[in-house]
Ligand binder design. Structure first.
Ligand SMILES: Cc1ncc(COP(=O)(O)O)c(C=O)c1O
Length: 354
Protein backbone atom coordinates (compact mmCIF):
# COMPACT_ATOMS: atom_id res chain seq x y z
CA UNK A 1 0.00 0.00 0.00
CA UNK A 2 1.42 3.39 -1.01
CA UNK A 3 0.97 6.48 1.09
CA UNK A 4 -2.50 7.98 0.94
CA UNK A 5 -2.55 11.44 -0.56
CA UNK A 6 -5.53 13.74 -0.66
CA UNK A 7 -5.92 15.97 -3.71
CA UNK A 8 -4.16 19.34 -3.24
CA UNK A 9 -7.46 21.16 -3.78
CA UNK A 10 -9.09 19.17 -0.97
CA UNK A 11 -6.28 20.10 1.43
CA UNK A 12 -6.55 23.74 0.38
CA UNK A 13 -10.31 23.66 0.99
CA UNK A 14 -9.67 22.35 4.52
CA UNK A 15 -7.00 25.00 5.18
CA UNK A 16 -9.29 27.75 3.94
CA UNK A 17 -12.12 26.80 6.31
CA UNK A 18 -10.97 25.01 9.45
CA UNK A 19 -10.32 28.20 11.40
CA UNK A 20 -14.01 29.12 11.06
CA UNK A 21 -14.88 25.97 13.00
CA UNK A 22 -12.78 27.11 15.97
CA UNK A 23 -13.80 30.77 15.65
CA UNK A 24 -17.50 29.89 15.68
CA UNK A 25 -17.05 27.11 18.26
CA UNK A 26 -18.98 24.84 15.89
CA UNK A 27 -17.14 21.55 16.47
CA UNK A 28 -20.16 19.27 16.16
CA UNK A 29 -23.47 18.98 14.27
CA UNK A 30 -22.77 22.02 12.13
CA UNK A 31 -22.64 23.24 8.58
CA UNK A 32 -19.98 20.82 7.22
CA UNK A 33 -22.09 17.80 8.09
CA UNK A 34 -24.92 19.46 6.18
CA UNK A 35 -22.70 20.45 3.29
CA UNK A 36 -21.23 16.96 2.84
CA UNK A 37 -24.75 15.52 2.92
CA UNK A 38 -25.89 18.04 0.29
CA UNK A 39 -22.96 17.18 -1.97
CA UNK A 40 -23.77 13.46 -1.80
CA UNK A 41 -27.46 14.11 -2.48
CA UNK A 42 -26.69 16.29 -5.50
CA UNK A 43 -24.08 13.89 -6.87
CA UNK A 44 -26.06 10.68 -6.45
CA UNK A 45 -29.61 11.99 -6.82
CA UNK A 46 -30.56 10.04 -3.67
CA UNK A 47 -32.98 11.90 -1.40
CA UNK A 48 -31.53 11.30 2.05
CA UNK A 49 -27.82 11.34 2.91
CA UNK A 50 -26.79 11.11 6.55
CA UNK A 51 -23.08 11.49 7.44
CA UNK A 52 -21.82 8.87 9.92
CA UNK A 53 -18.52 7.96 11.56
CA UNK A 54 -17.94 4.89 9.33
CA UNK A 55 -19.64 2.54 6.91
CA UNK A 56 -19.86 0.01 9.76
CA UNK A 57 -21.75 2.29 12.16
CA UNK A 58 -24.10 3.29 9.35
CA UNK A 59 -24.79 -0.34 8.39
CA UNK A 60 -25.52 -1.34 11.99
CA UNK A 61 -27.89 1.63 12.25
CA UNK A 62 -29.74 0.70 9.06
CA UNK A 63 -30.14 -2.94 10.06
CA UNK A 64 -31.48 -1.92 13.46
CA UNK A 65 -33.90 0.53 11.83
CA UNK A 66 -35.03 -2.08 9.29
CA UNK A 67 -35.74 -4.39 12.18
CA UNK A 68 -37.49 -1.65 14.16
CA UNK A 69 -39.70 -0.50 11.26
CA UNK A 70 -40.23 -3.68 9.27
CA UNK A 71 -39.46 -6.56 11.68
CA UNK A 72 -36.39 -7.83 9.82
CA UNK A 73 -33.94 -9.81 11.92
CA UNK A 74 -32.60 -12.36 9.42
CA UNK A 75 -29.71 -11.47 7.12
CA UNK A 76 -27.94 -13.06 4.17
CA UNK A 77 -24.44 -11.80 3.39
CA UNK A 78 -22.09 -12.68 0.53
CA UNK A 79 -18.94 -14.78 0.67
CA UNK A 80 -16.62 -12.17 -0.86
CA UNK A 81 -16.83 -9.29 1.55
CA UNK A 82 -14.98 -7.80 4.49
CA UNK A 83 -15.09 -9.89 7.68
CA UNK A 84 -16.55 -6.85 9.44
CA UNK A 85 -19.78 -7.25 7.47
CA UNK A 86 -20.38 -10.40 9.50
CA UNK A 87 -19.56 -8.64 12.78
CA UNK A 88 -21.85 -5.73 11.86
CA UNK A 89 -24.86 -8.06 11.58
CA UNK A 90 -24.08 -9.52 15.01
CA UNK A 91 -23.46 -6.05 16.46
CA UNK A 92 -26.89 -4.99 15.19
CA UNK A 93 -28.42 -7.93 17.08
CA UNK A 94 -29.66 -9.63 13.88
CA UNK A 95 -28.97 -13.22 12.77
CA UNK A 96 -26.88 -14.37 9.80
CA UNK A 97 -28.97 -17.03 8.05
CA UNK A 98 -26.51 -17.94 5.34
CA UNK A 99 -23.68 -16.84 3.08
CA UNK A 100 -24.33 -16.35 -0.65
CA UNK A 101 -21.68 -17.56 -3.11
CA UNK A 102 -19.96 -15.16 -5.49
CA UNK A 103 -19.26 -15.27 -9.21
CA UNK A 104 -15.57 -16.06 -9.71
CA UNK A 105 -15.09 -13.35 -12.35
CA UNK A 106 -17.05 -10.39 -10.93
CA UNK A 107 -16.52 -11.49 -7.30
CA UNK A 108 -20.13 -10.66 -6.34
CA UNK A 109 -23.30 -12.80 -6.29
CA UNK A 110 -25.30 -13.10 -9.52
CA UNK A 111 -29.09 -13.37 -9.52
CA UNK A 112 -29.19 -17.17 -9.45
CA UNK A 113 -26.82 -17.26 -6.47
CA UNK A 114 -29.10 -14.80 -4.66
CA UNK A 115 -32.16 -16.95 -5.42
CA UNK A 116 -30.33 -20.08 -4.27
CA UNK A 117 -29.39 -18.38 -0.99
CA UNK A 118 -33.00 -17.35 -0.38
CA UNK A 119 -34.55 -20.69 -1.39
CA UNK A 120 -32.67 -22.60 1.31
CA UNK A 121 -34.35 -20.50 4.04
CA UNK A 122 -37.47 -21.51 5.96
CA UNK A 123 -40.60 -19.40 5.39
CA UNK A 124 -40.29 -17.50 8.68
CA UNK A 125 -36.73 -16.33 7.95
CA UNK A 126 -37.68 -15.42 4.39
CA UNK A 127 -40.45 -13.15 5.67
CA UNK A 128 -38.02 -11.34 7.96
CA UNK A 129 -35.14 -11.07 5.52
CA UNK A 130 -32.54 -8.43 4.65
CA UNK A 131 -30.02 -9.17 1.90
CA UNK A 132 -26.82 -7.31 2.62
CA UNK A 133 -25.05 -6.99 -0.70
CA UNK A 134 -21.52 -5.58 -1.03
CA UNK A 135 -20.54 -3.97 -4.35
CA UNK A 136 -16.95 -5.08 -4.81
CA UNK A 137 -13.89 -3.36 -6.26
CA UNK A 138 -15.52 -0.02 -7.11
CA UNK A 139 -18.07 -1.11 -9.70
CA UNK A 140 -21.78 -1.76 -9.42
CA UNK A 141 -22.78 -5.43 -9.11
CA UNK A 142 -23.74 -6.06 -12.79
CA UNK A 143 -26.84 -8.07 -11.72
CA UNK A 144 -28.09 -5.44 -9.26
CA UNK A 145 -31.15 -4.43 -11.33
CA UNK A 146 -32.45 -8.01 -11.42
CA UNK A 147 -31.52 -8.52 -7.78
CA UNK A 148 -33.38 -5.37 -6.68
CA UNK A 149 -36.45 -6.36 -8.71
CA UNK A 150 -36.39 -9.86 -7.24
CA UNK A 151 -36.07 -8.48 -3.69
CA UNK A 152 -38.95 -6.08 -4.08
CA UNK A 153 -41.14 -8.83 -5.65
CA UNK A 154 -40.32 -11.22 -2.79
CA UNK A 155 -40.69 -8.54 -0.08
CA UNK A 156 -37.02 -8.85 0.88
CA UNK A 157 -35.18 -5.71 2.04
CA UNK A 158 -31.98 -4.93 0.15
CA UNK A 159 -29.20 -3.12 2.01
CA UNK A 160 -26.35 -2.08 -0.27
CA UNK A 161 -22.88 -2.04 1.24
CA UNK A 162 -21.31 0.66 -0.91
CA UNK A 163 -18.05 0.84 1.04
CA UNK A 164 -16.08 0.52 -2.23
CA UNK A 165 -18.38 2.21 -4.66
CA UNK A 166 -18.90 5.93 -4.11
CA UNK A 167 -19.13 7.38 -7.63
CA UNK A 168 -19.91 4.04 -9.32
CA UNK A 169 -22.84 4.40 -11.71
CA UNK A 170 -24.71 1.81 -13.79
CA UNK A 171 -27.23 2.95 -16.38
CA UNK A 172 -27.17 6.41 -14.76
CA UNK A 173 -28.00 5.05 -11.29
CA UNK A 174 -25.60 5.27 -8.36
CA UNK A 175 -24.96 2.36 -6.02
CA UNK A 176 -27.03 2.90 -2.92
CA UNK A 177 -30.12 3.77 -4.95
CA UNK A 178 -31.09 0.23 -6.05
CA UNK A 179 -32.07 -1.19 -2.70
CA UNK A 180 -33.87 0.17 0.35
CA UNK A 181 -30.73 1.89 1.62
CA UNK A 182 -26.98 1.99 1.09
CA UNK A 183 -23.91 3.08 3.02
CA UNK A 184 -20.69 4.52 1.56
CA UNK A 185 -17.30 4.42 3.27
CA UNK A 186 -14.73 7.20 3.12
CA UNK A 187 -12.11 5.29 5.12
CA UNK A 188 -8.46 6.04 4.20
CA UNK A 189 -7.94 3.15 1.82
CA UNK A 190 -11.23 3.51 -0.06
CA UNK A 191 -11.63 4.93 -3.58
CA UNK A 192 -12.92 8.26 -2.33
CA UNK A 193 -11.27 8.77 1.04
CA UNK A 194 -11.25 11.32 3.80
CA UNK A 195 -9.55 9.37 6.59
CA UNK A 196 -12.61 8.05 8.38
CA UNK A 197 -16.31 8.39 7.71
CA UNK A 198 -19.33 7.07 5.91
CA UNK A 199 -22.68 8.21 4.52
CA UNK A 200 -26.06 6.50 4.79
CA UNK A 201 -28.22 7.04 1.70
CA UNK A 202 -31.82 6.11 1.04
CA UNK A 203 -34.86 7.14 -0.96
CA UNK A 204 -37.10 5.63 1.72
CA UNK A 205 -38.67 8.52 3.63
CA UNK A 206 -39.16 6.60 6.89
CA UNK A 207 -35.66 5.15 6.94
CA UNK A 208 -34.09 8.49 5.97
CA UNK A 209 -35.87 10.40 8.72
CA UNK A 210 -35.17 7.83 11.38
CA UNK A 211 -31.50 7.56 10.34
CA UNK A 212 -30.99 11.25 11.07
CA UNK A 213 -32.53 10.73 14.52
CA UNK A 214 -30.64 7.49 15.21
CA UNK A 215 -27.24 9.15 14.77
CA UNK A 216 -27.87 11.37 17.81
CA UNK A 217 -29.61 8.88 20.15
CA UNK A 218 -33.01 10.18 19.01
CA UNK A 219 -32.48 12.54 21.93
CA UNK A 220 -35.16 15.07 20.89
CA UNK A 221 -38.08 12.72 20.12
CA UNK A 222 -36.96 9.90 22.47
CA UNK A 223 -38.93 7.18 20.67
CA UNK A 224 -36.23 4.82 19.40
CA UNK A 225 -35.07 2.20 21.86
CA UNK A 226 -31.87 1.53 19.98
CA UNK A 227 -29.78 4.45 18.73
CA UNK A 228 -26.31 5.88 19.20
CA UNK A 229 -23.94 8.75 18.58
CA UNK A 230 -22.41 7.77 15.25
CA UNK A 231 -21.97 11.27 13.85
CA UNK A 232 -18.97 12.76 12.11
CA UNK A 233 -17.16 15.60 13.85
CA UNK A 234 -17.25 18.89 12.00
CA UNK A 235 -13.50 18.71 11.34
CA UNK A 236 -13.92 15.30 9.72
CA UNK A 237 -16.95 16.51 7.76
CA UNK A 238 -14.89 19.46 6.49
CA UNK A 239 -12.18 17.08 5.23
CA UNK A 240 -14.91 15.02 3.58
CA UNK A 241 -16.50 18.08 1.96
CA UNK A 242 -13.13 19.03 0.46
CA UNK A 243 -12.75 15.49 -0.91
CA UNK A 244 -16.30 15.21 -2.26
CA UNK A 245 -15.67 18.38 -4.27
CA UNK A 246 -12.84 16.52 -6.06
CA UNK A 247 -14.55 13.19 -6.84
CA UNK A 248 -14.23 13.62 -10.60
CA UNK A 249 -10.56 14.55 -10.29
CA UNK A 250 -9.82 11.47 -8.15
CA UNK A 251 -11.63 9.09 -10.50
CA UNK A 252 -10.17 10.55 -13.68
CA UNK A 253 -6.67 10.34 -12.19
CA UNK A 254 -7.19 6.61 -11.61
CA UNK A 255 -8.73 6.15 -15.06
CA UNK A 256 -5.38 7.18 -16.57
CA UNK A 257 -3.62 4.38 -14.66
CA UNK A 258 -6.39 1.93 -15.60
CA UNK A 259 -5.99 2.86 -19.28
CA UNK A 260 -2.39 1.60 -19.22
CA UNK A 261 -3.46 -1.68 -17.57
CA UNK A 262 -6.28 -2.14 -20.08
CA UNK A 263 -3.88 -1.74 -23.02
CA UNK A 264 -1.55 -4.30 -21.45
CA UNK A 265 -4.36 -6.80 -20.70
CA UNK A 266 -5.74 -6.48 -24.21
CA UNK A 267 -2.28 -7.07 -25.68
CA UNK A 268 -1.78 -10.16 -23.50
CA UNK A 269 -5.34 -11.45 -23.79
CA UNK A 270 -5.83 -11.22 -20.01
CA UNK A 271 -9.33 -11.01 -18.54
CA UNK A 272 -10.11 -8.14 -16.18
CA UNK A 273 -13.23 -6.65 -14.63
CA UNK A 274 -14.34 -4.21 -17.28
CA UNK A 275 -15.97 -0.86 -16.89
CA UNK A 276 -17.82 0.74 -19.77
CA UNK A 277 -20.24 3.56 -20.53
CA UNK A 278 -23.13 1.61 -18.93
CA UNK A 279 -21.24 0.42 -15.88
CA UNK A 280 -18.75 3.08 -14.83
CA UNK A 281 -16.81 2.51 -11.65
CA UNK A 282 -14.32 4.45 -9.57
CA UNK A 283 -11.37 2.03 -10.02
CA UNK A 284 -11.15 1.28 -6.32
CA UNK A 285 -9.38 -1.85 -7.55
CA UNK A 286 -8.09 -2.99 -10.93
CA UNK A 287 -8.94 -6.68 -10.88
CA UNK A 288 -7.71 -9.47 -13.15
CA UNK A 289 -9.90 -12.56 -12.77
CA UNK A 290 -10.02 -15.82 -14.64
CA UNK A 291 -11.77 -19.17 -14.77
CA UNK A 292 -8.71 -20.86 -16.28
CA UNK A 293 -6.62 -22.96 -13.92
CA UNK A 294 -3.38 -22.23 -15.86
CA UNK A 295 -3.89 -18.45 -15.59
CA UNK A 296 -4.69 -18.72 -11.88
CA UNK A 297 -1.44 -20.66 -11.42
CA UNK A 298 0.48 -17.84 -13.11
CA UNK A 299 -1.21 -15.24 -10.87
CA UNK A 300 0.53 -16.94 -7.94
CA UNK A 301 3.97 -15.92 -9.23
CA UNK A 302 3.13 -12.20 -9.55
CA UNK A 303 5.02 -9.93 -7.14
CA UNK A 304 3.95 -6.47 -8.31
CA UNK A 305 0.31 -6.98 -7.42
CA UNK A 306 -1.37 -5.56 -4.31
CA UNK A 307 -3.28 -7.61 -1.77
CA UNK A 308 -6.36 -9.52 -3.01
CA UNK A 309 -9.75 -7.85 -2.58
CA UNK A 310 -9.93 -10.30 0.36
CA UNK A 311 -7.57 -13.18 0.97
CA UNK A 312 -10.35 -15.10 2.71
CA UNK A 313 -13.95 -15.99 1.90
CA UNK A 314 -16.82 -16.14 4.38
CA UNK A 315 -18.77 -19.06 2.90
CA UNK A 316 -17.97 -22.65 2.01
CA UNK A 317 -16.51 -21.94 -1.43
CA UNK A 318 -13.01 -20.45 -1.34
CA UNK A 319 -12.54 -20.37 -5.14
CA UNK A 320 -12.72 -16.55 -5.41
CA UNK A 321 -9.50 -16.22 -3.42
CA UNK A 322 -7.46 -17.78 -6.24
CA UNK A 323 -9.57 -16.56 -9.14
CA UNK A 324 -8.28 -13.00 -9.02
CA UNK A 325 -5.38 -10.61 -8.41
CA UNK A 326 -5.34 -6.82 -8.07
CA UNK A 327 -2.94 -4.44 -9.78
CA UNK A 328 -1.75 -1.37 -7.85
CA UNK A 329 -4.00 1.62 -8.43
CA UNK A 330 -4.41 4.56 -6.13
CA UNK A 331 -4.84 8.29 -6.50
CA UNK A 332 -1.69 10.06 -7.71
CA UNK A 333 0.23 6.79 -7.84
CA UNK A 334 3.89 7.12 -8.81
CA UNK A 335 4.35 6.29 -12.51
CA UNK A 336 6.95 3.57 -11.99
CA UNK A 337 4.53 1.44 -9.91
CA UNK A 338 2.18 0.78 -12.84
CA UNK A 339 5.13 0.37 -15.21
CA UNK A 340 6.67 -2.30 -13.00
CA UNK A 341 3.35 -4.17 -12.73
CA UNK A 342 2.90 -4.03 -16.52
CA UNK A 343 6.45 -5.24 -17.18
CA UNK A 344 5.92 -8.15 -14.84
CA UNK A 345 2.65 -9.12 -16.55
CA UNK A 346 4.40 -9.00 -19.92
CA UNK A 347 7.18 -11.26 -18.65
CA UNK A 348 4.90 -13.80 -16.94
CA UNK A 349 2.30 -14.00 -19.71
CA UNK A 350 4.65 -13.83 -22.70
CA UNK A 351 3.53 -17.15 -24.25
CA UNK A 352 0.25 -15.52 -25.13
CA UNK A 353 1.76 -12.74 -27.26
CA UNK A 354 4.27 -14.94 -29.11
C1 LIG B 1 -16.94 -4.45 1.73
C2 LIG B 1 -16.69 -3.57 2.91
N1 LIG B 1 -17.74 -3.23 3.67
C3 LIG B 1 -17.59 -2.42 4.73
C4 LIG B 1 -16.36 -1.91 5.09
C5 LIG B 1 -16.26 -1.07 6.33
O1 LIG B 1 -15.99 0.29 6.08
P1 LIG B 1 -15.61 1.25 7.30
O2 LIG B 1 -14.18 1.03 7.61
O3 LIG B 1 -15.90 2.64 6.81
O4 LIG B 1 -16.50 0.87 8.45
C6 LIG B 1 -15.24 -2.23 4.32
C7 LIG B 1 -13.92 -1.66 4.69
O5 LIG B 1 -12.91 -2.23 4.80
C8 LIG B 1 -15.40 -3.10 3.22
O6 LIG B 1 -14.35 -3.48 2.47
Amino acid sequence: MGSIKLPKKSIKFFEDHYKEIFKEGALAEGKWNKESSNLVRQFTGIEHAVPVSSNGTGMVAMMQLMNHLYKRDCVLIQSNTMYGVLTMVNAAGLKIKGVIDCDTIFLVPNISMIKKGVEQLDRKSKNRLIILLSHIGGITNPWIEEIAEYCSRENILLLEDCAHSYGAVMNNKHTGSYGDAGVYSFYSTKAIFSGEGGMIVTNNEELGELASKYIMYDRFDRKLEVANNIRQSELQALVLTGVLRQVEEIISNKQLIAKEYIECCELLGLEFIKQDENNKGNYYKFILSSDQESVREQYKGLKKVTSKVYDYALGESKEIIDSHVCLPIWYNQEKNIANEAINELKTVFTEQIK
